[in-house]
Design a protein around this ligand. Structure first.
Ligand code: 5GP
Ligand code: ZN
Length: 138
């Protein structure tokens, strides 16, 4: 529990929310300012400032929950598309510094546009970036 963390207060039910799913590690609730009808956020019950602070055991449990909840949301909301969005750090648009993943149902002509302006690589730059990361991971 982090002092004054709104998501710690929500997962501990000190602040109310509309809960879609809950288990020992995660809670999925409706976002208070939804991008579309049904926009939900999956919140870890342990406080991690962002993805990079998350422990491996919690991370391993994350995607099965995402899959389970997204499938039911898709069926029940009759959406025709679905975005997962997960912001880490102020420069990536994170505003609440407790790990969460947005589950955003998409509908035809819903007016949301997640596309971005594209950039270009200089000669050999893409290969150099890829090999730097590839070599470190192996
Ligand atoms: P971020 O910008 O950090 O990726 O997303 C934070 C999200 O949390 C926002 O979409 C915002 O609407 C949502 N949010 C902030 N405070 C509350 C709250 O008290 N209750 C709920 N349900 N959502 C919240
Ligand atoms: Zn927290």
């Amino acid at each position: 529990m982090e002092n004054n963390c709104i998501f710690c207060k929500i997962t501990r039910k000190q602040i109310g929310s509309n809960i879609l799913y809950e288990d020992d590690d995660f809670q999925v609730i409706l976002d208070i300012s939804p991008a579309t009808k049904g926009h939900a956020i999956l919140i870890s019950k342990k406080h991690f400032d962002n993805l990079f602070k998350m422990d491996e055991s919690t991370a391993a449990k994350l995607f099965p929950v995402v899959l389970k909840v997204s499938k039911i949301m898709k069926e029940e909301l009759n959406c025709s598309g679905f975005n997962l969005v997960q912001n880490n750090g102020k420069n990536a648009g994170q505003t609440v510094f407790h790990f969460h993943l947005h589950l955003i149902p998409r509908y035809e002509n819903d007016g949301i546009d997640f596309r971005w302006n594209t950039t270009e690589y200089a000669e050999n730059e893409a290969a150099s970036i890829a090999s730097k990361i590839y070599d470190k991971i192996q």
